[in-house]
Each structure stands twice: as structure tokens, then as C-alpha cells.
Design a protein around this ligand. Structure first.
Ligand code: XMP
Length: 511
């Protein structure tokens, strides 16, 4: 097992993800609880995360005793600086700030770089630091240098302490995963035998321990996440779980019915299906501001859900399919002020009066891990493989006011788009593909007549976690087929355009 001590970096969770990808179980604990975690987790190795803070300005720290436990320790960025600071090295506020892509040169043969290059070879890494180490503690040696960081990587091989100034956990550090693997396998002697099957078992135990004999209500959105959460919880506690599916009418074509069939007929999970389409459309009437639409849907979802939940006697817990990217994009990990880019209604949206405790078994997972868990639980590939879908649904894919007619048009057009993508065998190459119905009319000509109708925008992006994304480079004929079919088959749309914006600066959704 690996203990990751979190000092507040935005990318700490990525360390966990990489470690799990190597088949090693790990837990993240905040630095404030490091001593307890060392006892409760009983780790075989420790990783110190990055941080937005500065060692020089008395940033977050841990008890130095950590380094006397005989455990291998890997310090990343702030983790390196802290390690140096605690063990007698020196850290200074840098005039040599380094952000983004950098090159390191390997200066020693070491287990950390096994399988990579030899002395003198270069590696592409991703740096993000203001401070830097200027003297290393006794017993350490330099194993890599970069232009901005003479101590880009250091090691005390006898004690199995390694530290790097760059971030091996991000994909921009080209062979970062290999370095983490080397730390886990070569240095710490761990085995990569942990799997999603093990995660499933651990989570089932955790859910049982948290819930006891209490009743749990789970809000289903129709998407993969809440469905996987529900199936997992059902496996843990059976009939103590009741699912409430609030049908907003804003799902993709036919997906509402699919959820009902899956839960009722296939899994036999108690399900309350609330047909709230009219209510949602009614309240969305006249609203065109994206945040107002989101908030209205979030509030309604809770209202409708609450009404149903109140009918379930003695429910103590609320289950949600919150994922890690929802958590980082919605709240500041440091508790400080953060910029709200979009308010994701499934995080922190619970009103106080619902005194339900949260069960969020997917909170540490990324999307592809949730899919793997879904497969592990026996959900079909067609179901778990679906592209992500936002909580507010099609409402945020219809800029301007949402009407029943527009929703229907968008559902039909979106279905054609996805159908063509599947037929072209491209569905799984794409992170998310969807259509957006624009509040713009343009002139066209059909038959011999002039038309003046809506524009539909198509969006498709590649991404590994939804936090950054590139637009997808379709073969032109596929896009052409989509456009032809949509204009021919969808009444009221006479023009199709393709969105070629990446994130950042765009976002994936249009609202
Ligand atoms: P953006 O548009 O912020 O989207 O680049 C990133 C990912 O989040 C999804 N998304 C949402 N999910 N509630 C959700 O549950 C929301 O309000 C919401 N807005 C965006 C989006 O589909 C993409 O996968």
C-alpha cells in the first residue's frame, strides 16, 4: 500500500490515479492527518504531493519522524522541497521560476530512472514551481538536472528517499509513469497486483461500514456515474437502497427508458421513476442565462428528489455518483477562494434541511476508472462506454431559452450524429460528442425554395479527464455524412457547423 500525503496540489489525485494504474493500492490523506494515516494505512511507501504553498513561507509540513520509519519516500515538487527542508537542505524563493515543459538531463544511474535513459540522456518533464532547492541534505546525490533546477531529481539511495522537482504524475512528463513505477516496484519492492475487482471489494466493505443498517436513497441522473454508484451500493447493501430517477426530459434520445429497464428489469433494484419533464420545462421558460439554467435545474432536481425521498421512511443516507473532476472543478482544494467556471449541481448542492449523510463511492475516481468499475460490476459495454453527459443535460446544449420542441429537435439530431460516429467506428476514440442547437437562423435553399432555419453545431473532443480537451479531427466524409443526414432528416435545421475549439480556452460544453 502507498500513502500519498496531500499538501494541496491540484494534481494530487493524478498521483493516486497513476499509482492505481500501476496496480498498487493507495490512499490520499491530508498532511494534517499524516501521523494518523501512517498508523491506519500501514503503508509500504509514502509519496509527498506538490502544493501551491511555499516551504520558505512556513507552508504545510509533516512530522520529521516520517523519515525515521525505514519507509521509502518519494517527494514530488513541493514534496522535494519539504524533504530537503526537513532533512537539512536548503530551499529558496526562486528567481528561477519554471512552468510548463522542461528538459532534464539524467546525471546518475539510479533505480528511479531504470528503463529510461542513461547518464547524459534527456527526458521531457513538466515543471511548475516558484521555489527551488539550493542545497541538498547529507546523504543525498543529484540524479538529474534541468536549466532552472540544479536539483531536478535527487536521491538518498541507502534510505530509499527520492525526490523530483517536476511532476511525474501529469501526462506532459512523457515517461513520468515509468518513474512512478520504478519507485513503486524497483525502490519500494511493491507488486502490481491490485485491480478494480479489489477496489470493488474494498468499497463494498466501506459502504457497509458507513451505512450499517441505515437506508440509502440514490438519485439517478441517467448517466454512467450515478448508475455505477447505485449498482455498487446495491451490491453492498441490497434492499436498503432505493433509487430515485428524476426524469428531467433533458436526456439524450431514449435514455430515460433505458435506465428504467436496466434498473427495474435487469438489476431488480427498487426504483422510483419521477416523470418531471413538464415541471423542468415549465421552470426553464424564459431563462437564457447559463448559470441560471443550471441553478434552476439543480434546485428543481433537489426539490423533486426531496419530495420523493420524504416518502421513504427513515432514510439516513444519500448516494451520489460524484467523480473527482467534479470535486476539483467545483471547490477549491485549499478551502480558499476559487473561481467558479461552471456550477456543477451535483457537488455540494445539498440543502442543509436534508439532513442526509452522503455516500459517494466514486469520489476518488476518474471517468475511465468508473467505466472499468462498471464493467467489473457487469454493466454492458454499450452502457458504461457512453460519453459523459452533464447533469443539466440538453438544457445547456440549447443556448437561450429551452422549449420542448427544441429539446426534441436536439435529441433527434444528436442521435443521428452519434449513430454516424458509431457506424464510422470512431465512438471510442472520442471523449464526448454531442450536438448543440443554436439560437440562430440562417438562410438556405432546399428544393427550389429558400429556407430560414436553425443552425446546429457539432462538438467532439478528446480528453483523458474532461479537465483539458482537444477538438477531434474527424475525417471530413464522416462530418459530411452527419451534416447531410441532419439537414435532410431534421425539420427546422438547415445548416451544420463543427466546433474546433480546444479546452482551454473553450470549455467542452457551450454553456
Ligand atoms: P466543461 O464544459 O466545463 O465540461 O469543459 C467538463 C465536463 O463536465 C461536464 N459538465 C457538467 N457535468 N454538471 C455536470 O454534472 C454540469 O453542470 C456540467 N457542466 C459540464 C461536461 O459534459 C464535460 O464532460
Amino acid at each position: 500500500k502507498v500513502l500519498i500525503i496531500d499538501f494541496g496540489s491540484q494534481v494530487t489525485q493524478l498521483i493516486a490515479r497513476r499509482v492505481r494504474e500501476c496496480g498498487v493500492y493507495c490512499e490520499i490523506h491530508p498532511f494534517t492527518k499524516a501521523a494518523e494515516a501512517l498508523k491506519s494505512v500501514q503503508p509500504n511507501a509514502v509519496i509527498l504531493s506538490g502544493s501551491p504553498h511555499s516551504v520558505v513561507e512556513a507552508g504545510p509540513t509533516v512530522d520529521k519522524a516520517l523519515f525515521d520509519m525505514g519507509l521509502p519516500v518519494f517527494g514530488i515538487c513541493y514534496g522535494e522541497q519539504l524533504m530537503c527542508d526537513l532533512l537539512g537542505g536548503k530551499v529558496e524563493s526562486g528567481h528561477h521560476r519554471e512552468f510548463g515543459r522542461a528538459e532534464i538531463e539524467i546525471t546518475a544511474d539510479t533505480p528511479l530512472f531504470r528503463g529510461l535513459g542513461h547518464v547524459g540522456d534527456k527526458e521531457i518533464v513538466w515543471m511548475s514551481h516558484g521555489d527551488r532547492v539550493t542545497a541538498i541534505p547529507d546523504g543525498f546525490k543529484v540524479i538529474a538536472v534541468s536549466e532552472g533546477a540544479p536539483f531536478a531529481a535527487i536521491a538518498n539511495e541507502d534510505k530509499r528517499f527520492y525526490a523530483v522537482q517536476f511532476h511525474p504524475e501529469v501526462v506532459h512528463t512523457v515517461r513520468g509513469t515509468q518513474m512512478l513505477k520504478n519507485f513503486l516496484f524497483e525502490v519500494a519492492g511493491l507488486k502490481g497486483d491490485w485491480t478494480m475487482a479489489a477496489f470493488r471489494q474494498e468499497m463494498i466493505e466501506k459502504i457497509r461500514a458507513q451505512v450499517g443498517t441505515g437506508k440509502v436513497i440514490c438519485g439517478l441522473s441517467g448517466g454512467v456515474d450515478s448508475s455505477v454508484a447505485a449498482v455498487l451500493i446495491h451490491e453492498a447493501i441490497g434492499e436498503q437502497l432505493t433509487c430515485v430517477f428524476v426524469d428531467t426530459g433533458l436526456l439524450r434520445k431514449n435514455e430515460g427508458e433505458q435506465v428504467v429497464t436496466l434498473f427495474r428489469d435487469h438489476y431488480n433494484i427498487p426504483l422510483i421513476h419521477v416523470q418531471a419533464q413538464d415541471k423542468f420545462l415549465g421552470e426553464l421558460k424564459g431563462l437564457s442565462d447559463p448559470e441560471q439554467k443550471r441553478k434552476t435545474i439543480g434546485r428543481l432536481f433537489i426539490e423533486v428528489f426531496d419530495e420523493e425521498a420524504a416518502k421513504i421512511d427513515g432514510a439516513e443516507f444519500l448516494a451520489q455518483g460524484t467523480l473527482y473532476p467534479d470535486v476539483v472543478e467545483s471547490v477549491s482544494p485549499h478551502g480558499g477562494p476559487s473561481t467558479v467556471i461552471k456550477s456543477h449541481h451535483n457537488v455540494g448542492g445539498l440543502p442543509d434541511y436534508m439532513k442526509l449523510k452522503l455516500v459517494e463511492p466514486l469520489r476518488e475516481l476518474f471517468k475511465d476508472e468508473v467505466r472499468a468499475l462498471g464493467r467489473e460490476l457487469g454493466l454492458s459495454e454499450a452502457f458504461v462506454g457512453r460519453h459523459p453527459f452533464p447533469g443539466p443535460g440538453l438544457a445547456i446544449r440549447i443556448p437561450g431559452e429551452v422549449t420542448a420542441e427544441k429539446v426534441k429537435t436536439l435529441q433527434d439530431a444528436d442521435a443521428i450524429y452519434l449513430d454516424e460516429i458509431r457506424k464510422a467506428g470512431l465512438y471510442n476514440e472520442i471523449w464526448q460528442a454531442f450536438a448543440v442547437l443554436l439560437p440562430v437562423k440562417t438562410v438556405g435553399v432546399m428544393g427550389d425554395a429558400r429556407t430560414y432555419e436553425d443552425v446546429l453545431a457539432l462538438r467532439a473532443v478528446t480528453s483523458s479527464d474532461g479537465m483539458t480537451a482537444d477538438f477531434y479531427e474527424f475525417p471530413w466524409p464522416v462530418l459530411g455524412r452527419c451534416a447531410t443526414r441532419i439537414v435532410n432528416e431534421i425539420r427546422g435545421v438547415n445548416r451544420v457547423v463543427y466546433d474546433v475549439t480546444s479546452k482551454p480556452p473553450g470549455t467542452i460544453e457551450w454553456e
